[in-house]
Design a binder for this molecule. Structure first.
Ligand SMILES: [Zn+2]
Length: 275
């Protein structure tokens, strides 16, 4: 009773009745014993003639009622950021007057089952900086997010090795190697790179450019355990890049990032639209 009263009380979310879970049709081949058992029954179960629906709206995120709403980001952006030739730029904030901020999600070790629906229902274009060897363990998880939310997949090394201070060749293996592997996995070559731990040097920026990366991304805010940590002040500024991770705390981290963007009077936008 409590549950149905609660459901009746929160109109407007479009979920007047929860859809029945659709189970795949199952064909069983009976063995001798169960054949005898089936003969003993008066009614033979129906064969697999019930057609499955070809298109089904995905179920909404269980956290949909906690997602803030935003004004649409400027489209197109006021102007793209000009990037100089030579080594890739190292950026933690995009120089723009647009009231926007950018959510970036790193690594990929922990693949929370609610992430896809949460990102999709928030209608926010996020950028995923994936460790390519980790993405290779479950490419469908990330391609589903990309296809259903408009996320862009970017590079975050092959093995998450520390790059700062490493040789040109070692950094090349990690940076070009991850771009190559992600291109193989997802069909699109990354254009942005984030160094593991954010630890980069001049060689990183040089190699990133050689590997076709337009910028090496750092961040202004990081989200941990459901809290936004600011490097400057206590408010997200226009153009800020926000870092979070694929972790067990994904839902709280993602919602905290959205709330902080909302509190700053900004709207989430696609990083790649500005670079
Ligand atoms: Zn990382």
């Amino acid at each position: 009773m409590v549950a149905s009263l609660w459901t009746a009380g929160c109109g407007g979310s479009g979920s007047t009745s929860a859809p029945e879970p659709l189970l795949p049709a199952r064909v069983t081949v009976p063995d001798a014993a169960s054949q005898a058992e089936a003969q003993a029954r008066a009614v033979t179960p129906a064969a697999t003639t019930v057609p499955l629906p070809t298109t089904t709206a995905p179920p909404p995120s269980p956290h949909a009622d906690r997602i803030p709403t935003f004004a649409a980001p400027p489209s197109p952006p006021a102007r793209k950021v000009a990037l100089a030739a030579g080594p890739a730029a190292h950026l933690s904030r995009i120089a723009t007057a647009d009231p926007v901020a950018f959510i970036t999600i790193d690594d990929g070790y922990v693949r929370h089952p609610d992430a896809l629906a949460l990102i999709r229902d928030s209608q926010v274009p996020v950028s995923l900086f994936l460790i390519s060897s980790v993405a290779a363990q479950d490419p469908k998880y990330f391609s589903d997010i990309r296809e259903q939310t408009g996320a862009v997949i970017q590079a975050h090394s092959v093995t998450h090795a520390r790059l700062r201070g490493q040789s040109h060749e070692a950094q090349r293996r990690e940076i070009c190697g991850s771009a190559d592997q992600l291109q193989q996995l997802f069909g699109t070559r990354p254009t942005l790179f984030r160094a593991p731990g954010g630890l980069q040097d001049a060689t990183t920026r040089q190699v990133a450019a050689e590997c076709g990366m337009r910028a090496v991304m750092f961040w202004k805010e990081a989200v941990n355990d459901g809290r936004v940590q600011f490097q400057e002040g206590n408010r997200i500024q226009p153009g800020d890049v926000i870092l979070m991770h694929f972790r067990s705390t994904f839902v709280e981290d993602y919602l905290a990032a959205l709330r902080a963007i909302k509190d700053a009077g900004l709207t989430p936008a696609r990083l790649e639209d500005y670079l």
